[in-house]
Design a protein around this ligand. Structure first.
Ligand code: FES
Length: 568
């Protein structure tokens, strides 16, 4: 098999000339023949001045390179798109598939025998793993790691659960402008990803449980020396895999691995976004995620990790308590320990080295869970024929069974304009409905599902209401919030038929979300919907591709032609 610099030659019709030319150019960088004869490990570079979560990427690349060279191979770092959650308009999810395509094509286009992908901020790990699953070259994933915690007035703080909580206090007039300015400097005190169980932490733990990264890679804080050593070890391992030719992602991403990842997603109090990303990753392989099977896993798997927003701690505490390997020990036979990992053996080898950590309580025992059921529940009903999701572990228990009057917002813009209107007809037991915020509707399915509590209710002390939408929500958010309604309203889903004043029933115990309007009336409303037209923003470029080909939330929001089925 062709290896190293000879792989994937540029097509000039004369392979020897192609190799000669490649060597001519690369020697401009000062490489020797000895260096150029070695197996090659590619390393993605997602450093960007716009991406503070990836602020440690240069250090991690240097450490990966050291590990690769200590093992006798040659590292080559190369740039790819970098996406930061709050620097992406209209929303980072809009760009996830673009990053997946960029990463996939750059791995395919350039000569490498293995690749180390370094990512972390929300959509980056999913994009990189989707790419790795499609290319199927030996891959080691190195998450950038979570930030360390911040402190304010004797309280431990973290992005972004506390960003939302403190912003809500500011909106409700409980803290003033000078205090909100102060906490702005304290919520994100280091580089790294959000240090609560948001999407970034969720996906780092899911990646570890899929066996795609080395043990503890999901939880080591970004600024810690331990993370640099993990990067060096990942480089060493990638070099071994470059020589051995495996394991490839297809050997690791098995049904057992996907089941383990779903168990961990439920047990960590994971982000709702994690379900979309895991679905998209599975769709890049011959395997699939079944929403109802995922829900059943949630009925059997308790939330054991005590982290915000479901619990109290932060990622560094989860790490000190033993991280994902120790969690797997606590989960016992819910985890398939025969699943292989990129470390070389199986999960059985990894949990054998995960003793209990005295004095640490961020990982609970099964008989003392944070939540008796898993974090996420899948809902169905006449409002969500293809499913919806709720993070029940971060909801108000008293609202999980609730019937209320709908207050409908047509779009994110409409919601922004009217939510704080003092004349808005809204009461605390109403159900806030947001539509046209799905994969096609917004576009890119923004994290607008966390509708703010209308200001007049917030000022009266209302902290949570039932909110439903076809949007997503940050994994860091708290509330009784139904998300990912599929099909979305912009694709003709029944959410488009809801009118203010209708009754909506949420019944999480029975996994139902229902619009209490009879079928004949809904049929009449459907006939009155305006004909669908492509919006102006979807007329050209990437937006056009996205609008025409993006799949719904229950299918992972990948482009329809990128799934494994699309390849056949
Ligand atoms: Fe990057 Fe939260 S903003 S992980």
């Amino acid at each position: 098999m062709t290896k190293g610099l000879r792989k994937g030659l540029t097509s000039y019709g004369d392979p020897d000339f192609s190799l000669f030319l490649r060597k001519v150019f690369i020697k401009a960088m000062g490489y020797s023949d000895d260096a150029l004869e070695r197996p090659i490990v590619g390393i993605t570079n997602t450093y960007s001045d716009y991406n503070p979560c990836h602020g440690n990427v240069p250090q991690l690349i240097e450490a990966v390179k050291r590990g690769v060279m200590l093992s006798g191979a040659m590292p080559f770092a190369f740039p790819t798109i970098s996406i930061h959650e709050s620097f992406s308009h209209p929303t980072s999810m809009y760009l996830r598939n673009l990053m997946a395509m960029d990463t996939e094509e750059m791995i395919r286009a350039q000569p490498m025998d293995a690749v180390v992908v370094i990512g972390g901020c929300d959509k980056t790990l999913p994009a990189q793993i989707m790419a790795a699953a499609s290319v199927d070259l030996p891959t080691v994933v190195v998450p950038v790691g979570p930030m360390v915690v911040g402190h304010h007035k004797g309280e431990v703080l973290g992005a972004c659960t506390d960003c939302r909580r403190l912003w809500a206090s500011f909106r409700a007039g409980k803290i003033d402008e000078s205090e909100i300015d102060q906490v702005e400097e304290r919520l994100a005190p280091s580089v790294g990803t959000c240090m609560v169980m948001g999407t970034a932490s969720t996906m780092a733990c899911v990646t570890e449980s899929l066996g795609l990264s080395l043990p503890m890679s999901g939880t080591i804080p970004a600024p810690h020396a331990e993370r640099i050593r993990l990067a060096e070890a990942s480089g060493r391992r990638a070099a071994e895999m470059a020589v051995a030719g495996g394991p490839c992602p297809s050997e690791l991403l098995t049904p057992a691995a996907f089941r383990n990842a779903q168990v961990v997603l439920q047990a960590i109090g994971g982000s709702t976004n994690g379900l979309i990303h895991l679905t998209a990753i599975a769709n890049r392989t011959p395997h699939r995620l079944d929403l109802d099977a995922f829900d059943q896993i949630g009925r059997d798997v308790p939330v054991l990790v005590d982290l915000k927003p479901s619990g109290e701690h932060y990622m560094e505490h989860f790490h000190q308590a033993g991280g994902v390997p120790r969690l797997m020990v606590e989960l016992g036979d819910l985890i398939d320990l025969d699943a292989k990992t990129v470390a070389g053996g199986t999960l059985r080898d990894i949990v054998a080295n995960a003793p209990p950590v005295p004095g640490e309580d961020a990982i609970r025992a099964k008989d003392n869970p944070i939540n008796r059921e898993g974090a996420l529940a899948v809902l169905r009903g006449n409002l969500a024929p293809d499913g919806a999701v709720i993070k029940q572990s971060a909801a108000t228990p008293g609202l999980l069974q609730h019937t209320g009057r709908a207050v409908v917002f047509e779009s994110v813009e409409d919601m922004t304009l009217r939510i704080d209107d003092q004349n808005l007809d809204v009461k605390a037991d109403d159900v806030l409905v947001l539509r046209n915020a799905g994969p096609k509707g917004a576009p890119g399915m923004p994290e607008a599902g966390y509708l703010p509590i209308p200001q007049k209710l917030a000022r009266a002390g209302v902290k949570d209401m039932v909110r439903i939408s076809d949007a997503r929500m940050s994994g860091t958010a708290f509330g009784t919030i139904v998300l990912h309604i599929a099909p979305e309203s912009a694709a003709g889903g029944p959410l488009a038929l809801v009118r203010s004043g209708d009754q909506i029933q949420l019944d999480v115990a029975n996994r139902r979300i229902s619009l209490l309007v009879d079928d004949a009336e809904l049929m009449k409303r459907r006939r009155m919907l305006p004909p669908k037209r492509s919006p102006e923003w979807a007329k050209r470029g990437y937006a056009h591709l996205l609008y025409d080909t993006i799949l719904q939330a229950d299918e992972g929001c990948d482009f329809d032609f990128m799934t494994a089925k699309g390849k056949q």
